[in-house]
Design a protein around this ligand. Structure first.
Ligand SMILES: C[C@@]1(CC(=O)O)c2cc3[nH]c(cc4nc(cc5[nH]c(cc(n2)[C@H]1CCC(=O)O)[C@@](C)(CC(=O)O)[C@@H]5CCC(=O)O)C(CC(=O)O)=C4CCC(=O)O)c(CCC(=O)O)c3CC(=O)O
Ligand SMILES: NC(=O)C1=CN([C@@H]2O[C@H](COP(=O)(O)OP(=O)(O)OC[C@H]3O[C@@H](n4cnc5c(N)ncnc54)[C@H](O)[C@@H]3O)[C@@H](O)[C@H]2O)C=CC1
Length: 215
């Protein structure tokens, strides 16, 4: 397998995803699948604490059993995360065309890799070393989490609102570019940090008027 992956964000809300194994690695992967709105089935004779709680609250479907090939029917994504290397390989062998798989202890067999992530509302930062050093990905994610703190949640949301308005009201592409660049300056970021929506709207109006004069 080439070491260069194609980065993409998967829209898996409502799709079936199957995780084989119920330990701490499975728990972490299940959490990110649930965050993305997937319907998660876990195949494992035993579940670690967090997963057992999900199962008893029907947040996941638990099949209390050892893995068998037909457990993967209907799954879009598969994660093999047992502590038994031969079972993980058996999961990989059972995957059919169209199913994507991560084998937790065999990056060489995996057809997708789970990156470390920092989420701030609709801003999603993902970091990967393509398996070279998951610990480095984790460390960089922690560093970025400090730099891109919670204020980026509101900032990203307000940028999205403003972008819609600009795309609707401003036809001139040059004016649009000036406005989009203006919204990315510290001035707007600071207004978002202060959670001052009326100041934001007032500055946006000013920026739009100024840019329209350039038209
Ligand atoms: C290829 C990949 C496949 C995949 O799982 O998609 C993979 C493979 C392996 N990980 C191993 C070990 C560890 N992985 C972590 C942590 C994370 N691992 C994640 C992803 C990935 N791990 C993919 C590559 C992503 C990339 O390169 O960027 C993260 C980013 C995302 C997530 O899991 O959600 C998450 C951090 C999330 C966060 O906290 O922010 C820790 C730290 C910890 O657990 O505390 C350790 C122990 C320390 C160490 O070994 O470094 C081992 C050896 C197992 C063994 O020795 O038995 C293998 C197998 C191998 O290398 O052969
Ligand atoms: N990719 C990653 O992010 C990481 C991968 N790993 C690798 O992930 C694997 C799992 O690690 P942990 O979660 O810490 O192990 P763990 O020991 O906590 O959990 C293993 C789970 O596999 C289940 N299991 C065992 N045989 C099974 C079978 N035949 N069918 C279904 N389930 C079965 C057990 O019931 C248990 O729930 C290890 O191979 C480890 O090398 C470890 C750290 C990070």
């Amino acid at each position: 397998m080439t070491e260069r992956s194609y980065p993409a964000l998967l829209r898996i809300e409502g799709t079936n995803c199957t995780v084989v194994g119920g330990g701490h690695v499975a728990f972490r992967k299940v959490n990110s699948l649930l965050d993305a709105g997937a319907r998660v089935t876990v195949i494992s004779p035993v579940l670690a604490n967090g997963l057992a709680e999900y199962a008893s609250n029907n947040i996941i479907i638990w099949k209390e059993k050892r893995f068998e090939a037909d457990d993967l029917a209907g799954a879009v994504l598969v994660i093999a995360a047992t502590d038994q290397p031969d079972v993980n390989v058996a999961v990989w062998e059972a995957v059919r065309p169209g199913q994507w798989i991560t084998v937790a202890d065999r990056p060489d067999l995996s057809t997708f890799i789970v990156p470390a992530q920092v989420r701030r509302g609709r801003l999603l930062l993902t970091i990967s070393t393509e398996g070279a050093s998951p610990g480095l990905s984790r460390r960089i994610a922690r560093e970025l989490a400090v730099q891109y703190d919670d204020t980026y949640d509101i900032y990203t949301e307000w940028l999205a609102d403003s972008r819609k308005i600009v795309l609707k009201q401003i036809d001139n592409p040059v004016a649009r570019r000036i406005i989009f660049a203006g919204l990315l300056t510290d001035e707007f970021w600071l207004i978002a940090c202060n959670n001052d929506r009326s100041a934001w709207d007032a500055e946006l109006t000013k920026l739009m008027c100024k840019a329209e004069r350039i038209e």
